[in-house]
Ligand binder design. Structure first.
Ligand code: NAP
Ligand code: F7E
Length: 375
């Protein structure tokens, strides 16, 4: 039985990859950070919490990485742990450099010293390209990072390549473009939109605000993207691969489609707010994954419209289910704004009436419900 260690198993990609590897028959180990409140909701949501072995480790602490490798004795390591939110990297540039950048070197050093035969996947990103000015970005496109996050990832990219060339380690950079799902963090724009549209559709809120709605991204579906990580490590030779859909859409288009699904109108429900603008922006990303298609046999299947439908459908289902008294693994209760709303929903004098209203509104969503539970 093959053994895999996933750093950052509690994140979006971590849980989908864990499920994918379990289905392939792997023994799956994953690192998690000790937090004041445990954060295992995604593992529970996919119903795999009991099927993985969790090891406490922080990527800023080398000794904990060594321990994780010694305990798990992996054939493959998927290094996903990172401060992954670009917006926060402007507020925490040093911390982002420590975790997202130097963390890669800590991991590679541990592998080099403990067992250089372990294959390593490094979670690189389309953010490396910044504003390249090219209509499509591929493995040959020059890098031009435009955030502390992207600069830290660029360092990680080069360290992975350098350990490959200097020490013969099997390291692969997956240059993944944005990929989303119902377990995407609520701070990322796609989930922010699907969650807010769901609340508005169910009458829980009137409007929400976005930043730069003209930014364009190449958005794919996370459960499919994790397969490309595995495929990279199954080859005899290591390499770097762009993984993308080849389609680009603006934040405005994503929002419009989400609103359309719910029968809502932009003018009534969406504002822009400069507080959500970044000091520097990546305006346009669109990937060319021809190499991944040819060498790995990987191609995307879920396209933009379907992705939006999956995400809006699942957030509608969650809010509705909560209002009907169901309890389930969910991130909303951990976010102050959402938690306040949930508490109001439970405790207010009009809670019973509100739940009746929601149940009535829920009937309208019968059509989006079935597809939603297949994240
Ligand atoms: P995510 O949901 O933010 O997950 C990040 C994971 O890293 C979480 O498990 C988090 O743990 C962990 N982590 C953060 N700081 C850590 C630390 N100091 N020590 C140990 N673990 C730490 O990110 P994702 O979307 O799954 O992305 C996975 C990886 O791919 C990241 O490296 C990201 O930068 C990269 N990437 C993502 C995309 C995308 O579109 N999703 C595209 C390209 C590349 P907690 O749960 O404790 O916070
Ligand atoms: O922003 C714009 C924002 O935060 C997308 C990470 O997984 O993908 C992700 O990084 C775009 C940006 O993701 C809001 O300015 C407008 O142009 O969802 P995001 P990201 O920055 O593209 C890459 C590939 C990664 O590697 C990262 O780890 O949307 N935008 N209004 C907004 N963004 C947010 N978050 N919130 C807004 O209100």
């Amino acid at each position: 039985m093959k053994r895999a260690l996933i750093t950052g198993i509690t994140g979006q990609d971590g849980v989908y990859l864990a499920r994918f590897l379990l289905d392939k028959g792997y023994a799956v180990y994953g690192t998690f950070r000790r937090l004041s409140t445990p954060n295992f909701w995604r593992l529970q949501y996919l119903d795999i919490f009991d099927r993985v072995t969790l090891i406490p480790a922080d990527i800023i602490d080398s000794s904990s990485i060594v321990e994780a490798i010694e305990v798990s004795e992996p054939d493959e390591i998927y290094h996903l742990a990172a401060q992954s939110y670009v917006g926060a990297s402007f507020e925490q540039p040093v911390g982002t450099g420590e975790i997202t950048g130097l963390g890669v070197t800590r991991l590679l050093e541990a592998v080099r010293q403990l067992n250089p035969k372990i294959k390593v996947y490094q979670a690189s990103t389309s953010e490396l390209f910044g504003n390249s000015g090219r209509p499509r970005q591929d493995e040959e496109t020059p890098f031009a990072p435009t955030s502390p996050y992207a600069a830290a990832k660029l360092y990680g990219y080069w360290m992975a390549k350098m350990y490959r060339e200097a020490y013969g380690l099997f390291t692969c950079n997956g240059i993944l473009f944005n990929h989303e799902s119902p377990v995407r963090g609520l701070e990322f724009v796609t989930r922010k939109i699907s969650n807010n549209v769901a609340k508005i559709a169910l009458g829980l809120q009137d409007s929400f605000a976005l930043g730069n709605v003209e930014a364009k991204r190449d958005w794919g579906y996370a459960p499919e993207y994790v397969e490309s990580m595995w495929l990279m490590l199954q080859r005899d030779q290591p390499g770097d691969f762009v993984v993308s859909t080849g389609e680009t859409h603006s934040v405005r288009e994503f929002t419009e489609h989400a609103l359309r699904i719910a029968g809502l109108d932009w003018d009534k429900h969406v504002r822009t707010d400069p507080r959500f603008l970044r000091p520097l922006e990546v305006n346009y990303l669109c990937g060319d994954c021809a190499r991944a298609a040819q060498v790995l046999g990987w191609t995307p299947k879920v396209r933009f419209a379907k992705l939006v439908e999956i995400m809006v459908g699942e957030d509608l289902r969650r809010w509705k289910a909560f209002a009907e008294g169901e309890r389930f693994p969910w991130d909303a209760p951990s976010y102050p704004t959402e938690a306040t709303l949930l508490t109001r929903l439970l405790n207010s004098d009009g809670a019973r009436a509100k739940r009746r209203e929601l149940r009535a509104a829920a009937k309208t969503w019968a059509t989006v419900r079935p597809s939603a539970r297949t994240p």
